[in-house]
Design a protein around this ligand. Structure first.
Ligand code: CR6
Length: 826
């Protein structure tokens, strides 16, 4: 049966591009620059989107569905142009239309800046979720910040990372709509004046504050092939004009200047830390800024068509993406009580029933805690509310545990209170102030329940649940890997595009020689495409016949890029000392940004580049190893990389990677996982079978047991394992840098004898042998073409579970309880 296609008028598109080039730039197509053609084409597509957007809003107004507000400091959207075309089912039509105008669609796509309003997995997850929500037909708003500068661009100079600002809005954003009619005010600082009004009600009035205007910009989020268009609403800050200051402040010049400064700083830049909290005052301001504006909007929208504010939660749910948006709990309380006059208990019921929290990490340096004095000074009314939430919660702990045999109430309070040690603990506020707490993979959720959040789990087990992450196959296969997408569709139909579980129909081709050959031929073409990119960007020639072994992700010690590069150093040493030994050629591909202030991470980048320099230039190894560090790893080049990967390196210290999502993207594209039993790797192995993955290293339980006992002594391994010794010595003997001391800090991290409990915190040496062994097994498997083809194909065939469509459906069924919007089928 032929599936329904969204209508798309190709001729209208062409006319519209020509018209836009003319009216925007007073040019003909021949005169227009590629950037201008991109803009003209993007506006033409926006035209088509707007109709669907209006239809969706109309349908929602009629059907009044419950709405999820996905609150997130980060949305790592990646480019919109190609993705919008894919979801409009118009990619091929537009490609043809542009072809006819003599223009290459890829060139046009490359003109778009890569919107990077996020750091890594957490931000990209938010983007995948929005794609799935629209595709499944659920009404959703993404709520975030319109950072003027997103994640920095990375350039590599002399092997070092240099950060360059990402001015993504320089040429404007054709897809966005500025909605100044929905502006909101957000107040900071001052003090709270408490008094009783004429009706006898106690009023809490913030005074002496600074105020900024929050201006929303809407971006369309298209569902695939269903005409649904949701909204990503990101906020910008503007100063309130001086004449608008209330009488209290009239003529206060100083204050006007301060407010202007605040507004101009607020949305300036995304904090470029992944899994790490900088604790800066401006960050807390950003959090409150977008949350206050978003919560006000959600309440307003509800009250437009409903009058009973106490039932708000039946039509709205807030999903807090990590603790960053957690002040939503207190802001919702504030608005319900101070603006809509609910009592504490009424407001609390609504708040708990509205809020849900996703935890994305157990890394302690990522847990948000704000100093009480900062929090109180910046958000005086919010602080009062948090203080009262805490008071009531501590009361509850005491009621529940006093007189319980064997339980120390004080220790419960110490581990669970929201305010403790002069800190506001945001995770605790999120757990107490909502009705759902979820981890992002089975293992992660278990660790939360058994260890990190054990006391909370014991007290309120009903709140805890798991939602294993997922990714959208529309961007990461249909758009990123058109050759494979077409091949799959030819084999099993196109149902997989909106139902990834259908991929398991590919299993019947796993042993089919012809299918295997075709599958590997496509992989080869994608490797050639990446090789071309590498040649252009790195000036390194790599052989598409070599094994493409890929580790692309943020640089973090727990992700252990260092383990990978040490292994490469070892192999290099091995090949040099045994030139005749059989070795299947490998290309090690890295891509990673380090937070600007993370010195160990930055030095690891320098090491990778230094190793690459030496190895790639060493003719004596006959090109058996190449090492490539891809500059400025981001969504757009990730798409090329995933499609070309043979081996997917997922080698975090077990227990540390909450889920990982790059692992899923590579699996989808037929790469085989080389990994530890961590995060979602556990579930990947479960789906694909142990024979189709390469697993090594300590288990999470072993790691946690070592940690409990103060770590282990890497010196024992150094002294007893000649491989380890040889490699570590290469770090400090000048093999990879003239300055022998350059990499000493990395050497010290691994062996530091001054402070042995901190030595090799991430168990790199402990896992080293097992990792080498796994690498050996990979070379062996790859040499057997048939075996490898089967494994690669099985990975694609078994990836069904890892669609974000599945994740979102679980959130909907188990947590959000949304209703589908029915759209008029054209
Ligand atoms: N850094 C986890 O580390 C997970 C994503 C999305 C992370 C990663 O394992 O896949 O979230 N955590 O759930 C945080 O950002 C705090 C990440 O991206």
């Amino acid at each position: 049966m032929k599936k329904k296609q969204l209508p798309f008028d190709k001729e209208l598109f062409t006319r519209s591009v020509l018209y836009n080039v003319k009216t925007l730039y007073r040019k003909t197509m021949e005169e227009a620059t590629p950037q201008e053609i991109y803009q003209a084409s993007a506006y033409a597509i926006k035209d088509a989107i707007i109709d669907h957007w209006m239809t969706t809003q109309k349908a929602a107004a009629e059907q009044d569905p419950k709405i999820v507000y996905y609150m997130s400091m980060e949305f790592l959207m990646g480019r919109a142009f190609g993705n919008n075309l894919i979801n409009l089912q118009a990619y091929k039509a537009v490609k043809e239309a542009l072809d006819e105008l003599g223009i290459d669609v890829n060139v046009v796509e490359d003109q778009e800046p890569d919107p990077a309003l996020g750091n890594g997995g957490l931000g990209r997850l938010a983007a995948c979720f929005l794609d799935s929500l629209a595709t499944l037909g659920y009404m959703a708003y993404g709520c975030g910040i319109r950072y003027k500068y997103g994640m920095f661009k990375q350039t590599i100079r002399d092997g070092y990372q240099v950060e360059v600002p990402d001015a993504w809005l320089e040429n404007g954003n054709p897809f966005e709509l500025r909605r100044s009619e929905y502006a909101k005010e957000v107040k900071f600082g001052g003090y709270v004046n408490v008094y009783t009004d004429d009706t006898g009600r106690t009023v809490f009035k913030q005074e002496g504050y600074q105020v900024v205007r929050a201006i929303p910009y809407d971006l369309p989020i298209l569902g695939y092939g269903n005409g649904m268009v949701n909204t990503l609403r990101i906020w910008d800050a503007e100063p309130i004009q001086c004449f608008q200051l209330d009488s209290f402040d009239k003529g206060d010049y100083q204050k006007a200047v301060e407010q202007e400064n605040l507004a101009s700083q607020l949305c300036e830049v995304l904090y470029p830390n992944d899994n790490h909290i900088a604790g800066k005052e401006l960050r807390l301001k950003q959090q409150y800024f977008f949350i206050s504006a978003s919560v006000q909007t959600a309440l307003k929208r509800y009250l437009k068509d409903h009058d009973n504010i106490k039932k708000f939660y039946t039509k709205a749910v807030f999903q807090l993406n990590d603790t960053h948006p957690t002040v939503a709990v207190a802001e919702l309380m504030r608005l319900l009580m101070d603006e809509y006059y609910l009592t504490w208990d009424e407001a609390w019921e609504v708040t708990v029933k509205t809020c849900c929290y996703t935890n994305h990490t157990i890394m302690s340096e990522a847990l948000e805690k704000w100093p009480v004095d900062l929090f109180q000074r910046l958000l005086p009314r919010i602080y009062q509310i948090v203080d009262e939430i805490n008071r009531r919660f501590v009361d509850q702990i005491m009621r529940q545990y006093t007189n319980s045999a064997g339980i120390d109430v004080q220790s419960k309070i110490r581990s669970m209170a929201i305010l403790y040690d002069n800190q506001v603990k945001m995770a605790h506020l999120a757990i107490v102030g909502g009705h759902s707490v979820n981890g992002v993979a089975q293992l992660h959720t278990e660790i939360l329940k058994k260890r990190e959040l054990k006391d909370f789990y014991e007290m309120m087990p009903e709140k805890f649940n798991n939602k294993t992450n997922g990714i959208t196959q529309r961007r990461f296969l249909l758009h990123a890997n058109p050759l494979l997408a077409d091949w799959i569709t030819a084999k099993i139909g196109d149902g997989w595009i909106t139902d990834l579980s259908q991929m398991d129909k590919l299993k019947s081709y796993a042993d089919d020689k012809k299918a295997q050959d075709e599958f590997m031929e496509i992989k080869h073409k994608n490797k050639e495409r990446l090789a071309k990119y590498i040649l252009e960007h790195n000036n390194i020639e790599v052989d598409p016949n070599s094994i493409f072994d890929v580790q692309v992700k943020r640089l973090h010690e727990y992700k252990r890029q260092l383990l990978n590069i040490l292994q490469v150093m070892y192999k290099y040493h091995d090949i040099k000392s045994h030139p005749n030994k059989d070795f299947y050629p490998k290309t090690y591909i890295f891509g990673a940004k380090a937070a600007a202030g993370y010195l160990t991470a930055k030095l690891t980048i320098k090491l990778i580049n230094s190793v690459a320099d030496v190895i790639n230039k060493d003719a004596s190894i006959g090109g058996k190893i190449k090492v490539v560090f891809i500059e400025d790893y981001r969504v757009s080049n990730a798409e090329l990389i995933f499609a070309a990967a043979d081996v997917s390196e997922q080698i975090s210290t077990a227990s540390k990677e909450a889920s990982g999502t790059g692992n899923m993207k590579m699996m989808l594209n037929g790469a085989v996982t080389l990994g530890t039993m961590d995060g979602a790797n556990v579930e990947i192995v479960n789906e694909v079978g142990e024979d189709n993955a390469f697993i090594f290293g300590l288990s999470s339980q072993e790691v946690m047991d070592y940690e409990k006992n103060g770590g282990y002594n890497p010196m024992d391994i150094y002294n007893s394992n000649p491989n380890v010794k040889a490699v570590l010595n290469m770090l400090v003997d000048g093999t990879f840098s003239k300055n022998k001391e350059l990499f000493r800090p990395l050497y010290n991290c691994l062996l530091n004898t001054n402070n042995s409990s901190k030595a090799d915190q991430y168990f790199i040496l402990k896992d080293f042998e097992a990792y080498l062994e796994a690498q050996r097994r990979i070379s062996e498997a790859y040499a057997d073409k048939k075996r490898w083809a089967r494994m690669a194909l099985m990975n694609t065939a078994c990836c069904g579970k890892f669609s974000s469509d599945r994740t979102i459906q679980e959130y909907v069924d188990e947590v959000w309880k949304l209703d589908k919007v029915e759209l008029p089928v054209k």
